[in-house]
Design a protein around this ligand. Sequence first.
Ligand code: ZN
Length: 288
Amino acid sequence: MRLLVLLVLLFTVETFSQEIPSRWDELTASDWPRALEKSNRTIILPIGILEKHGPHAPMGSDLIRIRNLAKMAAEKEYAVIFPDYFYGQVNEAKHIQGTFSLPVNLTLELLQATCDEIARNGFEKIFIINGHGGNPQLLRYFVQTQMEKKRDYAVFFHTPEHNEVAREKIAEMRKSDPANDQHGGEAETSVLLHMRPDLVQLERAKNESGKNLDRLGELPNVYTAIWWYGSYPLHYAGEGGVATKELGKVITDDNVRSIVEALRAVKADTTTLKLQNQYFEEVERVSN
Ligand SMILES: [Zn+2]
């Protein structure tokens, strides 16, 4: 009998200490309850895009970067990771083949339906991280629209920020003008060289110019959508050719640090949903 108890105990310990995958698509149904528990019902939704990244980096650069960051973060702080999601705002790149841009309303609806469906599967915290420069406005608006009606989950949007040490290191290592180092530029290409060197055709980076053409001219304190095309008609901003995998590692490691910090806080958080519920009780009270 004592042996049986010991065996049962050992088996239980074994089952619960077992590593389980982070990726939703790699989990088994029998792993699901454990994944919900281990993640504290938290899921990472890494959002990328498909678009040209200079003449040298892959269409899925933003998706590849953000998914790798999610994977590295989840290795340090467990959370489930949603499969490939590349439906965002990229209306400014439709003049170049390889861009996948869905209609505006569908983009918002798809994201909401995705979050609803994620929550139906037991998650209460959806932690969005984004890899694409054209998405933050859309994502902030999306997060704000969560206040439209009561939901049994909360959406969080984390933007990684470099700490002082990383900022200094990056400034030391960077060879190109930081002001113009954006889309397919030195920093982004460096990260890809670090993560997926097999996908970068570095020798092609200088075949096109990523210079700011500034064709729109000065419109003081005015925002208008064609600004990006005015500046970067080739959808390339910066100098990808000077990228190094060493710079890529510094940027990546510090991004992971930032994501893990935020993810830990979100996993431990119990206030957001409580306040959300309280808010909607008040809304209901005044609406009747
Ligand atoms: Zn990019």
